[in-house]
Design a protein around this ligand. Structure first.
Ligand SMILES: CCC[C@H](NC(C)=O)C(=O)O
Ligand SMILES: NC(=O)OP(=O)(O)O
Length: 317
């Protein structure tokens, strides 16, 4: 594997899942594979789970690890080409990227959507510059339009907990005080559409995701109807994508906050969220603390998804 930015890069999902469950049984099985190989993790945005689980995955494989928070300690970077650099940014990404590539074997990048220009975001301008100019294999630690390490961990978790071969999985929008990226819901939808699950997306009108991610999923504007008989509830906020509303908050309606009311019409569904989660905005305390909440197992599986991805990238060196 030469990059990991989307579901297609992992190849056959059954093989990827088999590798994940093999590593889960013995996560140090390949500890010699990464000897004298260096992982560089670049963060343009904050992180807890991705930072820690990916570093742990590198340790599982015997790798050296370097972490750089671009906006804390490094030079502020200009990312637009053709700009006259007489402002507050002393360095251009187009120099910084190949320089960073000199010091490592594999690069992970976190660079969220900026919501200033939908085309800039949806062309994955920043991530693709790392792929094009670093001279190293690159993987996404959540970019503008996807979060594949999270989605792979989500799939591992559903496979571990499902009680039927084809569970009903419902991704629901929920309110949030800030406009959050579409990367997590886009990516979850992309991976769910790659399985044979019964996948439903529910959100208020105006929050339609980009069609290439919605795919063949059923979209239901009535949340209660969507929740009926569900086996898994995957809650997430995202800002509007469509038209002139790109990056906007259209609703903070707390009727969409996942509570016992909605969970009561499910098939005793498991509750999932990628975290961090705003309690009593996205989900009530009772639901996220219930025996059906598997958010911690889901977060623990981030170490497994990252170990499989790093293993395949090292094997591809
Ligand atoms: C894994 C989630 C990261 C980010 N969350 C926030 C709070 O910015 C998001 O919603 O994409
Ligand atoms: N779910 C996830 O990626 O969490 P962080 O943003 O804390 O890394």
């Amino acid at each position: 594997m030469k990059k990991f930015t989307c579901v297609q890069d992992i190849g056959d999902l059954k093989s990827a899942l088999a590798e994940a469950f093999e590593i889960k049984k013995d996560r140090f099985k390949y500890v010699e594979l990464g000897r004298n190989k260096t992982l560089m993790m670049i963060f343009f945005n904050s992180s807890l789970r991705t930072r820690l689980s990916t570093q742990k995955a590198a340790i599982n494989l015997g790798m050296n690890v370097m972490v750089l928070d671009i906006n804390q300690g490094a030079w502020k970077l200009e990312t637009e080409r053709g700009v006259i650099m007489d402002g507050d940014k002393p360095e251009h990404l187009l120099e910084a990227i190949p320089v960073m590539g000199c010091y490592c074997d594999i690069i992970g990048v976190r660079s969220f959507a900026r919501f200033e220009d939908r085309e800039f975001d949806y062309q994955e301008t920043i991530l693709n510059q790392f792929i094009q100019y670093s001279g190293r294999p690159v993987f996404s630690m959540e970019a503008a339009t996807r979060h594949p390490l999270q989605s792979f961990a989500d799939l591992i978790t559903i496979e571990e907990y499902k009680k039927t071969a084809r569970p009903k999985v419902v991704m629901t929008w929920a309110p949030h005080p800030r406009p959050l990226p579409q990367a997590v819901p886009n990516s979850f939808a992309e991976w769910m559409n790659a399985t044979d699950y019964d996948f439903v997306i529910t959100h208020p009108k105006g929050y339609e995701l980009a069609p290439q991610f919605v795919g063949n999923a059923k979209v239901e504007y009535d949340q209660m109807k969507a929740f009926e008989g569900a086996d898994f509830i995957y809650a997430k906020n995202w800002a509007a994508y469509a038209g002139d509303n790109y990056g906007q908050i259209l609703s903070k309606d707390r009727e969409w906050t996942v509570s016992d009311r909605q969970m009561a019409v499910t098939n005793n569904a498991f509750f999932m969220h990628c975290l961090p989660v705003r309690r009593n905005m996205i989900v009530t305390d009772d639901v996220i603390e219930s025996p059906q909440s598997i958010v911690i197992s889901e977060a623990a599986n981030r170490e497994i998804s990252a170990t499989v991805v790093l293993k395949r990238l090292i094997e591809g060196l």
